[in-house]
Design a protein. Structure first.
Length: 253
């Protein structure tokens, strides 16, 4: 058997939240390329359906289901839709996320809570909903951020707190579920990749951040997606409770 066979996901079923753009699309496409059937969740139903259609056009298996991860009942509905369609859930990618850039002295409770409800609480509700269906050998990957590890010149207290919280959630779920349920739980902390969030940055901000990148460029979506495939495939079967940083070195400068 080739080492490359360790990265195959044939007959696996994966849920990806935040799958209507950016890294979520790249994750869904990579999972499909590796052989998994994918269930795509996000709030923008039209864009979600387009992503699923594109995957099917390339020969993959994909369905879409609108979800609001801040609502536990919506998360349960997404998990049940996946089981109804494919009979199982093997992989969960908690990618749904929102960000703000409000100064801490002016950020309202509602603004702060809106970020926590999606980025942190939503990942927990999705993990709960999927964990009830997952069998030994399953895998959860929470998408954290380099901003959980360092600052980057923007006022992003809610976003940074939520993403740091995901790292703690990852460790605790791994401790609870890997030995008892056979579910591995890891996280990825991406740096700067072309997404809707980075599209909102001013060009001079990204230029200034490149001075902190030991690999002096933004990441390619495929580079982050490749890390995901390693973590959820048999190739990553001895890895749990870890946060893998994919940031071109920003977090150590």
């Amino acid at each position: 058997m080739s080492i490359l066979d360790e990265f195959r996901l044939t007959d696996r079923v994966a849920i990806v939240t935040g799958a209507s753009s950016g890294l979520g699309v790249a994750f869904a496409q990579a999972l499909s390329d590796a052989g998994a059937a994918v269930v795509l969740g996000a709030r923008r139903a039209d864009r979600l359906a387009s992503v699923a259609a594109a995957i099917r056009a390339e020969g993959g298996q994909a369905v879409s289901a609108p979800v609001d991860v801040g609502d536990p009942a919506s998360c349960t509905s997404l998990a049940e839709a996946a089981v109804a369609e494919y009979g199982r859930i093997d992989i969960l990618v908690n990618n749904a996320g929102v960000g703000t850039a409000y100064p801490a002295s002016r950020e309202t409770p509602e603004q702060f809570r809106a970020v926590i409800d999606v980025n942190l609480n939503g990942s927990y509700w999705m993990a709960q909903a999927c964990g009830r269906h997952m069998q030994p050998g399953s895998s959860i990957v929470n998408i954290s951020s380099v901003l959980a590890l360092t600052t980057a010149g923007l006022p992003q207290a809610a976003y940074a707190a939520s993403k740091a919280g995901l790292m703690g959630l990852t460790r605790d779920l791994a401790a609870q579920w890997t030995g008892r349920k056979g579910i591995r739980v890891n996280a990825i902390a991406p740096g700067y990749f072309p997404t809707e969030m980075t599209d909102q940055y001013k060009p001079d901000y990204l230029d200034s951040m490149q001075s902190r990148m030991l690999v002096p460029r933004m990441g390619r979506l495929a580079e982050c997606a490749a890390t995901l495939i390693w973590l959820v495939s048999p190739a990553g079967g001895y890895v749990t409770g870890q946060t893998i940083v994919v940031d071109g070195g920003v977090s150590i400068t």
